[in-house]
Design a protein around this ligand. Structure first.
Ligand SMILES: Nc1ncnc2c1ncn2[C@@H]1O[C@H](COP(=O)(O)OP(=O)(O)OP(=O)(O)O)[C@@H](O)[C@H]1O
Ligand SMILES: [Mg+2]
Length: 262
């Protein structure tokens, strides 16, 4: 199962949600891979993997780059996958090189290469999560083509509600053109404040409009999230008993209704 966390709006919680869901999935026993497709590399940094600490040429940018001008069989994509400090959790890290590579990959129609690589990796991993950049660009499109399902973070402001409509239009077009199997799994309401009127109204409107399902779990706003990024330690390991961690576990169970501990 491959899930992409995407919203073209910046700062809505894509990296926080993809890393923490992947970490819960791994802690529950699934062999889990996180793919960081954002040139900012926030998810890689969050998991304590910096490009300078990696062997040269071993990022997702290098994987995609070697598809250019190659006519034989490609080197196995697992060469670009790294273990993290956390059991069952591996990372295909981002690199600043993604920025310079985008145009060339696009010009050479490499939009299906990530899908092919992840199909090969799916044999080694039970779950794959993909973090995306805040743009509907070559990389996020590649991720949406590679994935089975898309999770959409929503940060409860008025612009976000409009952005979801634009996003659904883009997703439908991409689904029609490239990936008929893609399913919008749901919107995750992030940084939800149940006491404030505006977020409640926005969420109620989204529910009424019924353009995409909403997960029942709401993620609260907590300083623990910032601390977790700073400590490069996902919440399930940093603060297993924290309320926000509990919400990520609840969200995991919404995604995995058939999960049974081994
Ligand atoms: N539930 C939360 N509680 C508190 N802070 C949060 C929460 N979720 C996200 N944040 C904070 O909001 C900021 C943006 O989050 P994040 O980087 O995950 O968003 P993003 O969508 O990946 O951003 P970008 O579009 O730049 O990639 C970060 O500083 C993060 O720590
Ligand atoms: Mg991000």
């Amino acid at each position: 199962m491959k899930r992409v966390v995407f919203n073209q709006k910046g700062g809505v919680g894509k990296s926080s949600i993809s890393v923490n869901l992947a970490a819960v999935s791994a802690a529950m026993g699934y062999r889990t891979l996180l793919v960081d497709l954002d040139v900012q590399g926030n998810a890689s940094h969050y998991l304590g993997v910096e490009e300078d600490s990696l062997p040269a040429g071993k990022t997702v940018a290098d994987l995609l780059k070697q598809t250019v001008g190659w006519f034989g069989s490609l080197p196995a994509p697992d060469q670009y996958v790294h273990l993290t400090r956390f059991d069952n959790l591996s990372l295909l890290p981002a690199s600043p090189a993604l920025a310079g590579l985008e145009r060339e990959l696009e010009m050479r129609y490499k939009i299906y290469k990530l899908r092919d690589a992840l199909r090969a990796l799916e044999k080694q991993f039970d779950r794959i999560y993909i973090d995306t950049p805040p743009n509907f660009n070559f990389y996020s499109k590649s991720a949406l083509i590679a994935a089975d399902r898309v999770i959409i973070p929503f940060d409860c402001d008025g612009f976000s509600a409009q952005a979801i409509h634009r996003l659904m239009g883009n997703l439908l077009e991409l689904k029609g053109d490239h990936n008929g199997e893609l399913m919008a799994e749901g919107v995750v309401v992030n940084q939800f404040n149940a006491q404030a009127r505006v977020p409640q109204q926005l969420v109620a409107e989204l529910e009424e409009q019924d353009v995409v399902p909403l997960f029942g779990t709401r993620l609260s706003s907590s300083v623990k999230m910032k601390e977790s990024h700073q400590q490069q330690t996902p919440l399930i390991h940093l603060a297993p008993g924290h309320k926000l961690t509990g919400q990520f576990i609840e969200l995991f169970h919404e995604l995995e209704p058939d999960f049974a501990p081994a």
